[in-house]
Ligand binder design. Sequence first.
Ligand code: GLY
Length: 383
Amino acid sequence: MRDGAIAPAGGASETTVEVALAGRSYAIVIGEGLIASAGRRIAAALPRARCAVVSDANVARLHLAPLKASLEQDGIFLGSAVVAPGETSKSFPVLEKLCETLLELGVERGDCVIAFGGGVVGDLAGFAASILRRGVRVVQMPTTLLAQVDSAIGGKTGIDTKQGKNLIGTFHQPSLVLADTAVLSTLSPREFRAGYAEVAKYGLLGDAPFFAWLEVNWADVFSGKDGKRRHAVETSARAKAKIVEADEREESGTRALLNLGHTFGHALEAFAGYSDRLLHGEAIAIGMRLAFTYSVEQGLCPAEDAARIDAHFRAVGLPTRVADIPGDAPSAGELLRLMAQDKKVMGGRLALVLARGVGAAFVESDVDMGRLTEFLKMECAGR
Ligand code: GLY
């Protein structure tokens, strides 16, 4: 992986992080105001490609006009498709309609789809691109913190079914990622905070100094002061790039570390109906606290490390307990049933990402179900 800061002619600096994959390398460009220059950048990276933009109604209302103007300036705008905001758009019916719209817009093999939005749009549009005409290129333009630091990088695409999240999908690496950090200022505080859980995840899974930096600097990351927000996005993108380079298709276990907190978190999200009751990042924050607390109880991790995580997430306003979810709490049995739907079940055995401390996560591929059940009973009872 190569990376470095460059100062473009127009002003503020930007950073490019490269994801080095044999035959499929691409750049992640991080900086303020990238939407205005997207046309020029995409035309340079994908010569002769025309672009169809996929977005959701919220992002389209706020940001589609300047992106369209930029693409039109370079003569590469084909049209746009706008889906409803929210996880329910990651479905077969929406995918079908989207693929038909993209074909009607005239997307050909040499063209590209721009996924312009958060994680839902990135996953859905990336999946559509991967199957349209047996695969067209995708440019990811993430507009949420969560998507800029995680879901837009690494090529995972997919939709949900009633059996669970992301159970249908492909690996389809983007040809370019443009992360415009200026758009993060248009996120609600709650959505920014939920995305922050994925930033903290990189510290917790493999970079203890980064977690310690976040403990000190999180307020400036939230306010955008002194470039600290961009430092957090860059550090996260570099960490993600390194992991994807090491294990692109989640085969060796390295990429699975990114699932820290996710097996618990996905079950909590499913329990809450993928609704505003519990955002993805909020579920992951609870999931990471559960993973560390379970690790402590198995004698794997110092108790003070789990306490640090709890304290930090509480300080930033993230939930850390099952009881923090508004409304009725799930039973341990319900959570276990939902966890069993997770993709991390292999041969009937549940794998969990656990930790030996902050920055030292590992995959436990044969979790003791009896101990896990006892642990979840305590957590669901609200201890
Ligand atoms: N978001 C987890 C991964 O990309 O593997």
